[in-house]
Design a protein around this ligand. Structure first.
Ligand code: PGA
Length: 223
């Protein structure tokens, strides 16, 4: 099972390093959680320091890094872009098509498809976010994760009902045979068990509840 921490546009370099060290200090909570993979997705500027900090510590479980986006361009005159070549040394995962990127940066599935191809070529695993089954339209089956994140559940404190989640999972499993499924949207230490203590999901994506390393460790302890 994987638990992804999406810091979004929060935390500078020093704060990310501090978060990782404080999360590491909570490992006593996580002694029996060694089957869980934790994927931390900080901002690009913190990626290298995060990588070095993670590497310098001993972990009970696998702790890896991801990014929150990647450019559709592989390099050249594209001011402001962060390319696959700049991140692949550090990141094993990449979130693409997050609803905030779809909404504020007009990312669509055409772009998502290009990003999936770029990630695949670099052996970085895509985590494609969709807010419903209709948002999978145009996507092809791929090796990676589909994260179901209903818009009304993101940052609202209202996680999806198990009933709606089951409907989505059944629909996706019919269309995507190679992909694994995550759920994201108001996952907390209180409700995580309802998403992880059954076998129909491969993990969760956590935003707000990942920002505090102590709370995040408690969330994992309850997974
Ligand atoms: P949330 O965000 O956990 O704050 O709801 C999840 C997400 O947007 O990925």
């Amino acid at each position: 099972m994987i638990i992804v921490a999406n810091f979004k546009a929060n935390k500078n370099n020093g704060e990310v390093v501090d978060w990782i060290k404080r999360f590491h200090q909570q490992q006593f909570l996580l002694a029996e959680k060694n089957q869980i993979k934790v994927v931390i997705c900080p901002s690009f500027v913190a990626l290298e320091s995060a990588y070095k900090t993670v590497k310098s510590l001993d972990w009970q479980m696998e702790v890896l890094l991801g990014v929150q986006n990647v450019s559709v361009f592989e390099g050249g005159a594209y001011t402001g872009e962060v390319t696959i070549g700049m991140i692949k040394e550090y990141a094993r995962y990449a979130i693409v098509g997050h609803s905030e990127r779809r909404r504020y940066f007009l990312e669509d599935n055409k772009t998502v498809l290009k990003k999936i191809a770029i990630l695949k070529a670099a052996e970085v695993i895509p985590i494609v976010c969709v807010s419903g089954i209709e948002e999978t339209e145009g996507l092809e089956d791929f090796d990676g994760f589909i994260a179901y994140e209903p818009l009304e559940s993101i940052g609202s404190g209202r996680a999806v009902s198990v009933e709606n989640l089951t409907i989505f999972v059944n629909q996706v499993r019919k269309l995507f045979k190679k992909s694994s499924i995550l759920y994201g949207g108001s996952v907390t230490e209180l409700n995580i068990g309802s998403f992880t203590k059954n076998s129909f999901l491969e993990g969760v994506l956590v935003g707000t509840a990942s920002l505090d390393p102590v709370l995040f460790a408690r969330l994992i302890a309850n997974a």
